[in-house]
Design a protein around this ligand. Structure first.
Ligand code: GDP
Ligand code: IMO
Ligand code: MG
Length: 439
């Protein structure tokens, strides 16, 4: 049985944590395939709030396998802290597995992340400061440490000798601060990681493919979003991994035909943390109001998220790249109270109408949104909507808003999320693991 991927359709923070957790109920294995603890996925279970960074959402539901794939990067110390916090909050890390091919984020990666941002000055990316870019740089440069290296003894010592000399020189050159490590102390630190995390390290590609062969249900949990993809996002204002569906194959070690369904997580409006183009950004107090209504503050850094109206040029871009078979439209309740809701259907650039997302930053700077204005649904109170009839109980204008998106994107909105809690989820599909029955 092929797996299901959940992918962010915008710049992250679309509510992937909530949607994967909802689908996790019926899944056996949950796999993070890219990114690291730059992610912040919020899952609310009754009065408990889990804010996951490096761990897959499966740890919230005991009994599931929660796999960190080879395409992810792992900060061992911070992962250990997160594991302790999750266990204390009633989750379980028993099912955690870490690919032996996943790369490790080292202390010097965080320092270099900060230094690179300082060099960029006014053009800083606005990274999370977690060392993500430098860790992936080392992976591509073939000088990174992998989780499996923790078991390599003499080879690990040799690798440390080379890397540490190189990184110390680099840190000094960049004025990025001192690295107090010696080869001996770093080896000892890594021995500590092996003692603490070694039991979870395995060949995750074999694990996931075997699970699929046995008919177990596998969910691939995306981090960030398509517009932060290293190749297809708003480069250089992106993260350093492949956030689109293609990243599932390289980052989990599965073939394309192992992905049966792709759920695009689309927030009913747009947000972005950090710098870079955001054509539908709402300036001034109106933007601040949407930020307040949506509680749009970063889970990882606490920064305020920039807010804008829904952008269907962005949605077309991400859907084309990711092959969405379903949409999960999230946070639609945040739009309660507006009489009119603009939706961007195209851009105007230098007097021309453009309906494909451009790669040029200067063209994006000049792009003006072309809006269609939809009717709002006023101050609807969602209490009891799910129990009293689900989709049919939603206000007509809200259903029209969803239908507008479905029609423009040509993808069914199988999930509509009307609040952060598990039961504030309208599931119009039901059985996610059987082939879709088309009406
Ligand atoms: P992720 O990074 O994509 O997992 O999203 P985040 O967890 O960073 O941000 C989404 C925020 O919105 C979290 O605080 C969620 O609890 C919350 N949330 C998710 N879905 C909904 C929804 O449908 N309505 C509202 N009001 N909040 C939601
Ligand atoms: P989730 O999984 C939103 C952004 C950062 C910055 C850029 C590069 O919660 O949706 P990085 O530290 O990755 O090098 O920063 O990417 N970014 C995110 N924005 N949600 C995220 O994750 C993000 N992870 C990284 O703000 O603009
Ligand atoms: Mg987030």
């Amino acid at each position: 049985m092929p797996g299901i991927a959940v992918i962010g359709a915008q710049w992250g923070d679309e509510g992937k944590g909530k949607i994967t957790d909802y689908l996790d109920e019926t899944a056996d294995v949950i796999v993070r395939f890219q990114g690291g603890n730059n992610a912040g996925h919020t899952i609310i279970v009754g009065d408990r709030v889990f804010k996951l960074h490096g761990l897959p959402s499966g740890v919230v539901r005991p009994g599931k396998l929660a796999v960190i794939g080879n395409g992810a990067v792992v900060n061992a110390d911070e992962l250990i802290e997160e594991m302790e916090a999750v266990a204390a909050a009633g989750g379980s890390v028993e099912g955690l597995r870490i690919s032996d091919r996943a790369h490790l984020i080292m202390g010097y990666h965080k320092k270099l992340d900060g230094a690179e941002e300082r060099y960029r000055g006014k053009k800083a990316v606005g990274t999370t400061g977690k060392g993500i870019g430098p860790a992936y740089q080392d992976k591509a440069a073939r000088s990174g440490f992998r989780a499996g290296d923790l078991f390599e003894g003499g080879l690990l010592r040799e690798k440390i000798d080379f890397s540490l000399r190189y990184k110390k020189d680099l840190l000094e050159m960049c004025g990025a601060g001192e690295c107090a490590c010696t080869p001996g102390s770093l080896y000892e630190k890594m021995e500590g990681w092996r003692e603490r995390l070694g039991r979870y390290v395995c060949d995750a590609s074999v694990l996931v493919n075997d699970a699929l062969d046995e008919g177990r249900k596998v969910l691939f949990e995306g981090a960030q979003g398509a517009m932060l993809d290293l190749d297809h996002g708003t480069y250089p204002y992106v993260t350093s991994s492949s956030t689109c569906t293609g990243g599932v194959c390289t980052g989990a070690g599965v073939a394309p035909n192992r992905i049966g369904e792709v759920v695009g997580c689309l927030k009913a409006y747009t947000t972005r943390v950090g710098e870079g183009p955001l054509v539908t950004e709402i300036p001034g107090e109106a933007g601040a109001e949407l930020q307040r209504k949506g509680g749009e503050f970063g889970v990882t850094t606490g920064r305020g998220r920039r807010c804008g109206w829904l952008d269907l040029v962005v949605a077309e871009h991400s859907s084309r790249l990711c092959g969405f078979t379903s949409l999960a439209i999230t946070k639609i309740d945040v739009l309660n109270g507006y009489d009119e809701i603009p939706v961007c259907v195209a851009y105007e650039i230098d007097g021309e109408r453009v309906d494909r997302f451009p790669s040029s930053l200067s063209r994006l700077e000049r792009a003006k949104p072309v809006y269609e204005v939809l009717k709002g649904w006023g101050g609807w109170d969602d209490a009891g909507a799910v129990s009293s009839g689900g989709w049919d109980a939603l206000p007509r204008e809200m259903r029209d808003y969803v239908s507008f998106i479905e029609e423009r994107m040509g993808v069914p909105a199988d999930i509509v999320s009307i609040g952060p809690e598990r039961d504030e989820t309208i599931d119009r599909r039901g059985d996610w693991w059987s082939p879709r029955v088309r009406a």
